[in-house]
Design a protein around this ligand. Structure first.
Ligand code: ADP
Ligand code: MG
Length: 410
């Protein structure tokens, strides 16, 4: 008999209904089938394991790449009455958590991937009762993904020790190649793939060659009221730009991994609470931050890949209201990226080069930016969105091509 998730959805989570493909994913998981769900940021991936974790007997083990992320999830789950814990080096109640797991008192157990390799963790799991393995940010398992984490490769051998426990892999960012790789690396069948729509119609995309100085970013800020994020490639770059942008009169904060953790946390907190703040950050900022009213995301330089661009710009407009994404790029970005590719291990170079070329095609296109983005994620959009720079004011195609050829050749 099929389990009905709706009553739990409403009583525990307080949502009247599922969104998008959530129902499809939850039904597969409740049916015990291995699944990879590719759903954009904000689509509600957490629910697709939290809900089955509430309904199935035993504990759902959630693999997550960042301790900060885990603690956010833990807080949110606990707030709705889910029995959850994290088991990380940052927790001093590990013995208690192990006990709760063994006593069947946990619905969710969050762990980092490096824990999976330990024989004591395997031993712990074998003595308890498991409902599900959930793998968050599953693109980390793939060298084709933009954020490869070797520890994710240790998950498959662990999961294979528990072949009857279903697996649910989740990611917001996976092109066709990465998807196929995730399925293979995690032992999920091809028909276990569920892909949600990637379009974010309320985000307007602008991609522009960069001028000297900070005027372009200052213009974006002046033209766009409401909170915004400016992504800068280097830590030093964030500090410098923030200083310049302070002159716009908007409150500005900085976020990068080199800051003192207390400062970082305070800046993040200020930003989340603010209605007009500009966060100047490296890509260390954003994952797991739930701020629906971000009105703009500006890239002061080339992102790492189309996946990264989509994910970073996707932090704008999660409330569905109009938002804008600006990317300012220069020839030196491509030169630096090519140089970096030359330095990575040879086996990874073709993938990296392909990623850079895809990004080059996106910045050079005279066609619809959204169409190109969505095609990258395997969708078949029309070729006019009416809400990107090229649709709104068609460029001089000859100029755009010449410019890009100059940067992409060599
Ligand atoms: P993701 O991990 O896909 O980026 P989250 O799991 O963090 O997304 O969920 C994003 C937001 O959507 C959260 O605030 C969550 O409470 C909300 N949400 C999830 N599912 C639903 C639903 N069915 N109805 C309404 N809101 C939902
Ligand atoms: Mg998530």
């Amino acid at each position: 008999m099929a389990l009905d998730p709706i009553p739990v959805l409403q009583s525990t989570f307080g949502f009247p209904d599922f969104r998008g493909v959530q129902r499809q994913v939850v039904d597969r998981v409740l049916g015990g089938r291995r699944t990879l769900a590719v759903m954009p940021t904000g689509a509600g991936k957490s629910l697709t394991y939290q809900l089955p974790a509430q309904m199935l007997p035993g504990t759902c083990v959630v693999v997550s790449p960042l301790i900060a992320l885990m603690h956010d999830q833990l807080r949110a789950a606990t707030a709705v009455g889910i029995r959850a814990a994290t088991l990380t080096s940052a927790d001093d109640n590990r013995a208690e958590t192990r006990g709760r797991f063994l006593d069947g008192e946990l619905d969710l157990l969050y762990v980092a991937p490096e824990r999976a390799s330990g024989s004591d963790f395997r031993e712990l799991l074998s003595r308890g009762n498991l409902s599900l393995f959930a793998i968050d940010e599953a693109h980390c398992v793939s060298e084709w993904g933009h954020d490869f984490r070797p520890d994710y490769r240790l998950l498959r051998p662990l999961f294979d020790q528990f072949p009857d426990v279903p697996r649910l892999a989740l990611t917001a960012t996976a092109d066709a190649h990465t998807r196929a790789d995730i399925l293979e690396q995690l032992g999920i069948p091809q028909d276990g793939l569920i892909v949600a729509g990637f379009d974010r119609p309320n985000i307007r995309y602008h991609i522009t060659p960069r001028d000297q100085g900070t005027r372009q970013i200052a213009d974006v800020i002046a033209a766009t009221p409401g909170p915004g994020i400016v992504y800068v490639q280097s830590r030093a770059g964030t500090e410098k730009l923030a200083e310049a942008l302070a002159r716009t009169g908007r409150p500005v904060r900085v976020y990068h991994a080199g800051l003192d953790p207390a400062v970082r946390q305070r800046n993040q907190h200020d930003f989340v609470a603010s209605e007009d703040m500009v966060m100047v950050a490296t890509i260390a900022f954003g994952m797991g931050i739930d701020k629906p009213d971000v009105r703009f995301v500006a890239h002061a330089g080339l992102p790492k890949s189309i996946e990264a661009y989509y994910q970073e710009t996707g932090r704008a407009g999660r409330d569905g209201d109009p938002a804008v994404a600006h990317l300012f790029w220069g020839a030196d970005d491509f030169a630096r990226a090519r140089q970096r590719i030359g330095e990575v291990e040879p086996a990874r170079q073709p993938g990296e080069r392909q990623r850079l070329n895809a990004l080059g095609a996106l910045v050079e296109t005279a066609g619809c930016r959204r169409a190109m983005l969505l095609r990258h994620f395997g969708e078949q959009p029309g070729d006019y969105c009416g809400n990107c720079d090229n649709c709104l004011s068609p460029p001089n195609a000859v100029d755009a091509t010449e410019l890009a050829q100059k940067y992409l050749s060599a």
